[in-house]
Design a binder for this molecule. Sequence first.
Ligand code: BDR
Ligand code: CA
Length: 308
Amino acid sequence: PRKVILDMDPGVDDAIALCVALAEPQIELLAVTATGGNVAPKQATRNVQTIIEQVDPPRWPRIGAASADQLLRTDARHLMGVDGLCGVDFPVAELHNRHPSIKVLSDEIRGAAGEVTVVATGPLSNIATLLKAEPDLATEIGHLIILGGTHSGPGNITPAAEFNIYCDAESARQVFQSPVTKTLIPVDVSSEVMLELDVLERLKQSESRTARFLAKILPNAFRMQRQVLGLEALAVHDVVAVTAAVRPDLFTTEPLHGDVETAGELTHGATVFDRRNVTSARPNMDVAVELQVDGVLQYILGRLKAAP
Ligand code: BDR
Ligand code: CA
């Protein structure tokens, strides 16, 4: 199995991503490190713990706590409820004494240098802070898969910017410019994968803890998405990034030089790719430009079906 750390800000689609990672035998989930984003840092940490408690996998990953000092430009409570999990009243997870996310990331990456895939499905604050504090880690991370930005489509939080990058564009810029080996899954690609309402019926038929957990949050998620965005199907961006870690064969990528706008008035947080083919802008990441929609969807549904 591949050693994986999920750095996330749950969030409904982060929750689905975590459920799939926990159910994937090809993934050895070392840790889940929380970051603020969809919700404030403390709530994100609480949600990571809640999801893991609800799914209760045979082997629990380490949990890292998001830093209260994180500076974020916005959140997604309008779309996911004030708690980020669509207002379902889960028993309040007790926050145990957690190490900070960046300590957990550092320990686990150093413990298996060059072998760890980090899948980042929230703002990139933790990764940027880590690389600033311990720059040598840039070459110790095996692979960083980032869910965020847009390749050629519009933004989703502003006309120009995608949510994760916009929340902490300065950090995203530092990560983009770092020498870490990385793949970007932009939202104009991830949003091709949508869950239809009938998934609820299938989840209701299953006895697994994962299905029971998702059957509690997803009905509200569908409802809120319909009310706020007018969409019947549910975009599940973050789980697409987990899929890319296990099934890269389902994606077409292009090496590109990517950067992040941090000074624009209308374009703050926009991702910019240099396609001029000049030596000053050598590719610094692989960008997913296409995916096999049915293949990814089948993969996700298959894992959820087999989940504990
Ligand atoms: C990203 O924004 C967040 O709201 C989602 O969890 C996902 O990570 C999509 O733009
Ligand atoms: Ca997310």
